[in-house]
Design a protein around this ligand. Structure first.
Ligand code: PEP
Ligand code: MN
Length: 376
């Protein structure tokens, strides 16, 4: 399935070039000096295409800094006049949209908390009707692709064609090195549904920690994302919000300098031949993997029949533990991570159980069908 979005390419609304597209600026506009000085240093790097700043901040707990409010829009205007950088702001209500547009903000974005709420998204979409402004939609805080898609559709249905998605990672109970789990597969799923929709990565909110920003940025570019939104502050150590993940403009330039841009398409025929040969090998192996899994399922069904004949339960925890243990050890010896082998086995095992359940209940199902017929 493909999404039916009506969108314009990224380069119709933001400067893109050979370097990765970078939108940068502080998490929050704090003071006029902080914002304008940061903007100047960012502009001087020559590496950024737009200046971001949070004016209204969605905070998890009351009492935290909730954004400087409308006055910050004036500071942004000044930063834009002095640096020539287009500006981008998060909007979460119709009023934010109106104020930002009135102040000449060039790009709006919908934050992760707003995307999770269709009422909020619809309110923003309604306020955007009849306006020609680029809008970027962050993924919702929870890993729900439909919510993300729904928000993009609502904004697009309001007539916004300069549209992009921002991947900023997802909240998770599991402790990890990241503030927000990247769950790259969710971003890839969106890209598969809407290949023409520009996808921008936000390594700052994924990392939560400046040391990981380079790593996450590179991974995003390797997955063919079109740009990066990175938080930058003239002095991160005293930032009012997200201090740990902000970088100075100089550090930002350094991160960008160390990124490798790879091509999605290659023209060189020698490279293409080599790629085709390797893909051919992959195709053959994939066929074999599928064939072997199908064989495994047939055996699972035989086991199901045997268990049924002998009145044995389908799941025997001891056996499953043994499979996991032996295969992950074997996988590790072949350089497959335990996590990967476990996930793969779980998928295969679940299907095996489903097939065995079918076999075990086949007579019951036949009986029910026969009963239905006699009653019909
Ligand atoms: C932000 O960009 O500063 C922000 C609040 O991000 P998110 O909506 O991704 O949490
Ligand atoms: Mn932030």
């Amino acid at each position: 399935m493909k999404l039916n979005l009506n969108i314009q390419p990224l380069n119709t609304w933001i400067k893109t070039g050979k370097e990765p597209l970078v939108i940068s600026g502080p998490c929050s506009a704090e003071t006029e000096e902080q914002l304008v000085a940061t903007a100047h240093l960012l502009a001087q790097t020559g590496k950024i295409s737009a200046l971001r700043a949070g004016i209204w901040k969605p905070r998890t707990r009351p009492g935290e800094f909730e954004g400087i409010g409308s006055i910050g829009l004036e500071w942004l205007k000044r930063a834009k006049e002095e640096t020539g950088l287009p500006t981008a702001v998060e909007v979460a209500t119709a009023k934010h949209v109106e104020e930002a547009l009135k102040a000449g903000v060039d790009i709006l974005w919908v934050g992760a908390r707003s995307t999770a709420n269709p009422f909020t998204v619809q309110e923003i979409a309604d306020a955007l009707k009849g306006v020609d402004v680029p809008v970027m939609v962050k993924n919702p805080v929870n890993p729900d692709l439909s919510l993300w898609v729904g928000a993009l559709e609502r904004i697009n249905n309001a007539g916004i064609t300069k549209l992009a998605a921002i991947h900023r990672g997802f909240s998770s109970y599991e402790k990890s090195a990241f503030r927000n789990e990247p769950m790259w597969d969710v971003a890839i799923a969106l890209k598969t549904l809407a290949p023409e929709l520009p996808l921008i990565n936000d390594p700052s909110h994924i990392s939560g920690n400046r040391d990981l920003i380079g790593y996450v940025s590179q991974k995003a570019l390797d997955l063919d994302m079109q740009g990066l939104m990175i938080e930058s502050h003239i002095d991160p150590s005293v930032a009012w919000t997200d201090a740990k993940q902000q970088v100075t403009p100089a550090a930002l330039a350094d991160i960008i300098d160390h990124l490798t841009l790879r091509k999605a398409e290659v023209r060189n025929s020698e490279v293409n031949d080599k790629l085709a040969e390797l893909r051919n090998q992959i195709d053959k192996i994939d066929d074999l993997v599928i064939q072997k899994i199908a064989e495994r399922m047939q055996i699972a069904e035989k086991i199901g029949q045997y268990k049924k004949d002998n009145n044995i339960t389908i799941l025997q925890v001891g056996r499953w533990d043994e499979i996991l243990q032996k295969r992950t050890t074997y996988g590790k010896a072949l350089k497959l991570s335990a996590e990967f082998t476990e996930k793969l086995l779980e998928l295969v095992h679940n299907e095996s159980i489903r097939r065995q359940t079918e076999v075990m209940n086949a007579d019951a199902a036949q009986g029910q069908a026969a009963e239905k017929l006699t009653h019909a």
